[in-house]
Design a protein around this ligand. Structure first.
Ligand code: BG6
Length: 463
């Protein structure tokens, strides 16, 4: 394979609530993730002393980050994506002064990355917010949350301005349509109007913090983050093609607002046809004009959609429900593997936005077995990532500005959808099971050495 450009960033991506643990340490407040111990589709629970949630310790990155970052450096990472847990900095979310201990923790983490020339890519909000903002204010349903978020973002921009130059606003901002509690802090059954209103507030907040980032860190770049949920029409029947177009617009809508600075006309019609009332003020319209510098996205799978909904069973993959594609194989979790799809998404986003693109999540969740000799021979993971990187290489040849690639979960972590440890993504194995048993010891898998060789050869060893 041709070498990837010198500027291409290679690394991995994790999220605070899936790796850190230490869920109430050093002043951290309860987050929405802490009250969903069974994952983003699980019920909300009232936390009681000594109850069990796998994320409370997760993989103990809070205490083991030095060791983990050293392993990432050994693989040759030039970047690492993680998130700041908002509730470490503002435990309740509505305070004026930040929690110094929370700020100090990320100082230590970012310093450690910088020590190895690993560029931090920091998501401001990855599937969590202070739970107090949900109970007291109704989450993103309340306009006030825009102010709280902007205050949090300005505080961390100010504090880390010399260390972090790449930022992302909201992880998979489009997933709020499918998991509103996780995305916008709306508990229970909600109407479409309530969900889109909360989403609107989040879009305004995203635009406002892009502006704040430019003011506070002029040499930084800040992007959005979409769940790249590409769907294909199940057949070439025009109704299926139209259905697929609309399904893709459900996620592209977010990118359209964040990249073009206004609501697309198809969405206004959708609101009208479905009696969805969203309050959009002139001030909001003005704020939305601030667009992102680059577009980042996650990509795991694709699926199909048909107009004949009653005839086909929809299956849930990563958040989205789709009709299975007869041409594709599935992972152990039923996610359909489609390397070509990543090239299609890159081309689609490039054609639509002409902004640099960053693949900030991609990977295979699988069961790994440790041999009696202590080895983990994860050839399936090597194959998956190899095939996706080959397609990214093709997209670069297509002329697309791809900033980099961060594989999801370079170290095993707690899965988001069902809070499982057994669904492993890592190049590094972590000894912990779904019940929380295990030594937390780290082990290099076969894929560790493979990814190291790919980074070292700048992609030339991809097959
Ligand atoms: C993305 C999320 O949806 O998919 C991650 O941004 C998540 O947080 C990843 O972990 C994989 O999903 P899961 O459910 O396998 O962890």
């Amino acid at each position: 394979m041709k070498k990837f450009p010198n500027t291409f960033l290679w690394g991995g991506a994790v999220a605070a609530n899936q790796v850190e643990g230490a869920y109430l340490t050093a002043g951290k407040g309860l987050s929405t993730s802490d009250v969903q111990p069974q994952g983003i589709f699980g019920p909300l629970v009232e936390r009681t002393e000594n109850d069990f949630c796998i994320k409370d310790i997760a993989i103990d990155f809070y205490h083991q980050y030095e060791k983990d970052i050293a392993l990432f450096a050994e693989m040759g990472f030039t970047c690492l994506r993680t998130s700041i847990a908002w509730s470490r900095i503002f435990p309740l979310g509505d305070e004026v002064e930040p929690n110094e201990e929370g700020l100090a923790f990320y100082d230590r983490v970012f310093d450690e990355m910088v020590k190895y020339n690993i560029r931090p890519i920091i998501t401001l909000s990855h599937y969590e917010m202070p739970y107090h903002l949900v109970t007291e204010y109704g989450g993103w349903g309340n306009r006030k949350t825009i102010e709280f978020f902007e205050h949090y973002a300005r505080s961390v921009f100010q504090h880390y301005k010399n260390k972090v130059k790449l930022w992302l606003t909201f992880n998979e901002i489009n997933m709020s349509l499918h998991a509103p509690m996780t995305g916008v802090g709306l508990a229970g059954e909600r109407t479409q109007s309530e969900i889109y209103q909360a989403i609107h507030h989040q879009l305004v907040a995203s635009a406002r913090v892009v502006k704040a980032c430019h003011q506070i860190i002029p040499d930084a770049k800040i992007g959005n983050m979409l769940l790249g949920g590409l769907v294909y029409p199940l057949t070439c029947k025009p109704d299926d093609v139209w259905e697929a177009m609309n399904e893709n617009r459900k996620w592209l809508f977010f990118g359209d607002v964040q990249c073009r600075g206004q609501y697309p006309s198809y969405m206004l019609r959708y609101f009208k046809d479905n009696h969805i009332d969203v309050v959009i003020t002139d001030e909001d319209r003005q704020a939305l004009k601030q667009t992102v510098d680059f577009v980042s996205f996650s990509y795991y799978m694709t699926g199909c959609i048909t107009a004949d909904k009653e005839e086909y069973e929809m299956k849930r993959g990563n958040i989205l429900s789709m009709v299975p594609n007869p041409y594709l194989e599935s992972s152990e979790w039923g996610w359909q593997i489609d390397p070509k799809g990543i090239r299609i998404v890159l081309n689609l986003l490039w054609d639509r936005y002409q902004k640099p693109l960053f693949v900030v999540e991609n990977g295979l969740g699988a069961i790994d077995n440790v041999t009696p000799e202590g080895e983990i021979n994860d050839d399936y993971r090597i194959q998956y990532i190899n095939d996706h990187l080959v397609q990214i290489g093709e997209a670069i040849e297509d002329g697309i500005d791809v900033m980099g690639y961060t594989s999801w979960g370079p170290i095993d972590l707690v899965s988001a959808s069902k809070a499982e440890m057994s669904k492993r993504y890592g190049f590094i194995y972590v000894d912990r099971d779904d019940q929380g048993k295990g030594s937390l010891e780290r082990k290099r898998k076969k894929s560790f050495y493979w990814y190291q060789s790919i980074i070292q050869s700048q992609g030339e060893l991809l097959r």
